[in-house]
Design a protein. Structure first.
Length: 134
């Protein structure tokens, strides 16, 4: 496998590519993101026949001035096993630079994923999480 110089080069290139993919898979979390320096996290669980969804807006990393466009628009999509949208819900929230939660429920046990499209000022972010069964 490493008998010639060309084989060694290909082997080490392959090892580096696999390592990069592995590290990216560990640290890339689709249920966490930042929008305008505000950390976001999306979580969902099902209990009995309802799916409970929570979107958390943490304290911002940087202080920013309050402007009239401190409105956050969120659209939740409830996805089935094939990641096809079953239902959509939209919300508008006024962000005040403190930890804020947006919670909603949906009555359907066959929801496997939740997608949240978040818009704040000129930034957009998409979050995806799996629904935990409880």
């Amino acid at each position: 496998l490493v008998a010639t110089r060309g084989n060694r080069f290909m082997f080490f290139t392959l090892v580096i590519v696999v390592a990069v993919i592995f590290i990216n898979g560990i640290f890339n979390k689709p249920d966490r993101a930042f929008i305008e320096h505000v950390p976001l996290s999306l979580s969902a669980f099902s209990f009995e026949e309802n799916v409970y969804v929570s979107l958390c807006f943490d304290n911002p990393e940087k202080k920013f001035e309050k402007t009239p466009d401190s409105v956050i628009n969120v659209e939740f999509q409830f996805l089935d096993a094939n990641k096809m949208a079953v239902e959509k819900q939209s919300f508008t929230l006024n962000y005040e630079e403190k930890e804020t939660f947006l919670r909603t429920t949906f009555h359907d046990y066959d929801i496997f994923y939740i997608s949240a499209d978040v818009s704040f000022r000129q930034s957009d972010q998409n979050l995806l999480c799996t629904v935990e069964k409880r």
